[in-house]
Design a protein around this ligand. Structure first.
Ligand SMILES: NC(=O)c1ccc[n+]([C@@H]2O[C@H](COP(=O)([O-])OP(=O)(O)OC[C@H]3O[C@@H](n4cnc5c(N)ncnc54)[C@H](OP(=O)(O)O)[C@@H]3O)[C@@H](O)[C@H]2O)c1
Length: 251
C-alpha cells in the first residue's frame, strides 16, 4: 500500500514525542482535533473514508490496512503511538444499504436497517479498531486510546428516552471501551482507554438537532477541551467515561 502525502505524518518544528492518530480525522470534531494537535506541534496522522489508505467500517480489511499503515510509520521513526482518538460516529443520514436513518422519537420508528447501521459505525467499527490498533500502543509508558461516545449513551443519565439506535450503540461502545481498558492494563499499566463525551458541537452530525438553549460549541473549541481532558487524565482513570470538562459521566 502506497500512502499519499495527504495521510503522511506532519513533522512540526517542536514535535512532541509520540505519534497521534485520529480515526474519523476528516469529520467535524476529528478534523478539529487534527488541526489542534498539529498546532500544538504533535506528529499526527488523520485517517477517514476519503484518505489513502481509507478507513471504512463497512470492511474490516480497511481497518487492518490502516493499522498496518500506522505500524509502518512507527517502526522506522522510533515514534510510539501515544494518542489514538476515534472520532467516528453516526446519528443520522444514509445507511450502508442506502436508506435514510433519523433518530427515533418513539419505538414506532424503530427500523432494523437504521439500528444495524448505528451499531456498525458506533460500536462494531470501534471494536475492530480495538482489535487492530490497541496492539500498536507501546508496552511501557503513558499512552491514551480515546473513543468519542455521547452522554446520551449513558443509561443512568437517560431521562428523556428516544434516539434508541444512537443511545444503544453508544452504550455498547461504552461497554467495549471499559472491557478493552481491562485487557489493555495487562499489557501496559500506564496505558489509558476511555470514552469521551464531546458536548454538543457544531458539526453535520448535530446540526439538525442542536436546539437553542443547548450549549453548542465550535469544533475548534471542543478539540482544545477534549485534548486537555485526554492529556490530563490521571492514573487510574482508564476504563472511564468523561465529558469535555473532564467530569465523569454515569454509565
Ligand atoms: N457533534 C456533537 O454534538 C456530538 C455530540 C456527542 C457525541 N458526538 C460524537 O463525536 C464523534 C464525532 O462526531 P462529529 O460531530 O464530528 O460527526 P461528523 O462530523 O458527522 O463526523 C463523523 C465521522 O464518522 C466517520 N464515519 C461515519 N461513518 C463511517 C464509517 N462507516 N466508517 C468509518 N468512518 C465513518 C465520518 O467519516 P467521513 O469523514 O469519511 O464522512 C466522520 O469522520 C461521534 O462519535 C459522535 O457520536 C458528537
Amino acid at each position: 500500500m502506497n500512502p499519499t502525502p495527504a495521510s503522511a505524518p506532519t513533522d512540526q518544528a517542536t514535535p512532541q514525542p509520540g505519534l497521534s492518530v485520529v480515526l474519523g480525522g476528516t469529520g467535524g470534531i476529528g478534523a478539529a482535533l487534527v488541526a489542534q494537535l498539529r498546532a500544538q506541534g504533535s506528529t499526527v496522522l488523520a485517517l477517514g473514508r476519503q484518505t489513502q489508505p481509507a478507513l471504512d467500517y463497512a470492511a474490516e480489511a480497511t481497518v487492518a490496512a490502516c493499522a498496518q499503515h500506522v505500524a509502518a510509520q512507527l517502526s522506522p521513526t522510533g515514534l510510539a503511538l501515544t494518542r489514538l482518538v476515534v472520532a467516528t460516529g453516526f446519528l443520522h443520514g444514509t445507511t450502508a444499504s442506502g436508506q435514510r436513518a433519523e433518530p427515533e422519537r418513539s419505538w414506532q420508528h424503530l427500523n432494523a436497517d437504521a439500528l444495524a447501521h448505528s451499531f456498525a459505525v458506533n460500536a462494531i467499527g470501534p471494536a475492530l479498531v480495538m482489535k487492530h490498533f490497541l496492539p500498536l500502543l507501546p508496552r511501557q509508558g503513558r499512552c491514551v486510546a480515546a473513543f468519542l461516545s455521547a452522554r446520551v449513551g449513558s443509561i443512568g443519565d437517560n431521562a428523556l428516552g428516544g434516539w434508541y439506535a444512537y443511545r444503544a450503540s453508544k452504550a455498547a461502545l461504552n461497554q467495549l471501551v471499559h472491557t478493552a481498558a481491562i485487557e489493555l492494563a495487562r499489557r501496559n499499566r500506564d496505558a489509558l482507554c476511555v470514552a469521551l463525551h464531546p458536548g454538543t458541537v457544531d458539526t453535520a452530525l448535530s446540526q439538525p438537532f442542536a436546539k437553542s438553549g443547548l450549549q453548542v460549541r465550535p469544533p475548534d473549541v471542543a478539540a482544545v477541551e477534549l485534548l486537555g481532558v485526554l492529556d490530563g487524565l490521571p492514573p487510574g482513570s482508564s476504563g472511564g467515561f468523561f465529558d469535555h470538562r473532564g467530569v465523569e459521566v454515569p454509565w
